[in-house]
Design a protein around this ligand. Structure first.
Ligand SMILES: [Zn+2]
Length: 410
């Protein structure tokens, strides 16, 4: 036993498990991802099968610590009995696992909990694959879930979609999630994706069987353009029409992220729950133009004449923001909004000067950035009888192709 892990409690079942990556129905190796989880402390952990422990001597989380790498070493003669519930914390650089029976595991090195396929329960939710507990000096306890692509897609689908949507809508979402996942694998350095909106929301495996059915029915399918998996971004509800990628973010126009009509009008997130008011002072502070009493407000049009943002100017300088940047700055539901002077309630379509004491009133529809697949629009199209392929071609265009991940991933 490694001396750095004094105090291991050797419990009941110990199985020598050999690791083998998941294999798809076609016999192709399935990609294995590392997802950084976001869990509320105190984390409660329970194995859903026998767990074998591994450790590694490096403390820096510098590159993806996959189980398949040679750095993990088995803690001999140690296993965690899977019926026990453990509290996981980090105190003074020490990782502490404390069982409901009073057993204690502690150490300052990263550990990996491996089981033979039954997964874990974390704060009441089921997670497949392996678990890595990494005591990081700067960030505290980092928890990584090493999970096969298909299980991960199922988890994201259950977190980002509704079980009440029809199967074709869920299949369209599954292909979009899988495509976006593979496209995004380089988004973080030491792991593949985080479990929040920055990448995709992932809260473990869902309970409803319909999510797994949608993933299985589309297993391995990704959308490609010119042979490369596309950045298949998606959002809840566009508010009537999706957006061109270059109107929302920086970058060149992508042929598969064009503005198209949406069918989300009856969706749950079509209407904003309320309007949003922002004073000149609040806006100037948020724009890092503090102290400005009045602001010049100028709409920025796209090449099509559609307003895609605003220029805000003061005596100390100015700053242009796209609608999506304003959404993020002010916490608005979507980037699809109209802006009015308040209290006059005149819409801002021409340059104006917002006087001291005035405010901007934001009124809008939709939820999310508005680019790519609209989830509520997809649900409406599926209810009209569209297949998942037709739904995907509506939102990503007719130039996209389908490929299996094993051939699409290089
Ligand atoms: Zn992320």
């Amino acid at each position: 036993m490694n001396r750095r892990f004094q105090g291991w409690i050797i419990l009941l079942i110990f199985l020598l498990a050999t690791y083998s990556p998941p294999v798809s129905a076609e016999g192709q190796i399935e990609p294995v991802l590392l997802i950084r989880l976001t869990l509320k402390p105190q984390v409660t952990l329970r194995g859903l099968g026998p767990i074998t422990l591994y450790y590694r001597s490096e403390k820096d989380l510098a590159e993806k610590p996959h189980f398949s790498s040679a750095s993990w070493q088995k803690v001999e003669d140690a296993a965690i009995y899977h019926q026990l519930s453990w509290q996981v914390t980090m105190v003074d650089g020490q990782l502490i696992l404390h069982s409901e029976q009073g057993d204690l595991i502690t150490g300052d090195l990263p550990i990996l909990l491996h089981n033979s396929g039954s997964g874990f329960e974390l704060n009441g939710a089921d997670y497949p694959g392996n678990l890595i507990l990494w005591p990081d000096a700067d960030e505290g306890l980092i928890i990584l879930n090493e999970v096969g692509l298909e299980d991960y897609v199922c988890g994201v689908l259950g977190s980002e979609a509704y079980a009440s949507w029809s199967l074709e809508a869920l299949k369209a979402n599954a292909v979009a999630i899988r495509s976006y996942t593979i496209h995004s694998l380089g988004k973080h350095d030491a792991f593949d994706l985080c479990a929040e909106n920055h990448c995709q929301v992932y809260r473990g495996l869902p309970q409803a069987a319909v999510f797994r059915a949608a993933v299985t029915a589309t297993a391995g399918e990704v959308l490609t353009w010119r042979g490369t998996p596309i950045n298949a971004v998606y959002h809840s509800s566009s508010g009537g029409r999706t957006r061109n990628n270059e109107d929302v973010w920086c970058g060149l126009p992508l042929p598969y992220l064009r503005s198209v009509e949406d069918f989300d009008h009856d969706g749950r997130n079509y209407q904003w729950p309320n309007a949003y008011l922002c004073s000149v002072e609040e806006l100037a502070h948020g724009l890092i133009l503090p102290g400005e009493q009045a602001l010049q407000v100028t709409p920025i049009p796209s090449v099509n004449g559609e307003r895609v943002g605003f220029w805000f100017g003061g005596t100390s300088g100015g700053r242009g923001l796209k609608n999506e940047e304003l959404r993020r700055l002010l916490g608005l539901p979507s980037a699809n909004f109209r802006v009015f002077c308040y209290p006059e309630q005149t819409e801002i379509t021409q340059p104006i000067v917002l006087p001291p004491g005035a405010s901007l009133l934001f009124v809008g529809t939709g939820s999310g950035h508005g680019v790519g697949l609209s989830q509520w629009g997809a649900a409406a199209l599926a209810a009209r009888g569209y297949t998942y392929q037709q739904i995907l071609r509506h939102y990503y265009g007719t130039e996209v192709d389908w490929e299996n991940y094993a051939t699409a991933v290089r």
